[in-house]
Design a protein around this ligand. Sequence first.
Ligand SMILES: [Ca+2]
Length: 236
Amino acid sequence: MDSLEMNSEPKDRHSKLLCLDVKVWIVILLVIMISGFVALTIGIESLNCNSHDCSPQSFTQTLQQTGNWRNRLMYPGNGKGAAASRIQDSESDVPISFYAYVSDDFRIEKNSGHMFTYDVVVTNNGLGYNKTTGVFTSPISGVFAFSWTVVASGSHLKGSSGSYGEISTHILHNGHIVGTLNADTEKQYDDAVSTGFVVLNLEKGDVVQIASAWKSQGAFYSNTAFGRWTFSGFQI
Ligand SMILES: [Ca+2]
């Protein structure tokens, strides 16, 4: 028995040591797991928008800080114009463009040489269009497209009588006719609508407007029911 008791002591010690080793290893594993979890949490938090400004403004600021950001957002070879319109961070980046229309039905009293004015301005980027004169003055040199629409009435409006609406209009570039558009009604309720489109090379300060060189007949619609007289242009 004595010998057995003497032999059993090292076994107990070994068991205790083994048991201690297991506890230590468990603690070490727990420490490693907790450390990993904390590190992962910090990493995720660093990517979380709750701790950072992830707003579009912040995105733009980041792009600006990286430098040359505008060129990367523009189309290659396009220093201004179409690509700039997609940024629109300042007025100068918006392409020159305008759109205006006549607010009401009208007659033309003059026999010839009428210059049209479009009094409702919807778009006027670059402020080239003047609603008082109806003249677009180009703020820059470049290629521009222009469109205008005329609407002749097959009804007697604004005191008109006799013949129904008929008119020939021109688009003028620095006073020269570069396009002609006609609308003609031959009988009552036979309204007529025409739209013209031109592309022009303009120098800075060039003027473009719509005019009628000949005497017109009758009256003209410009309303939401039958159509509008419009004048628009934009930088290409
Ligand atoms: Ca006619």
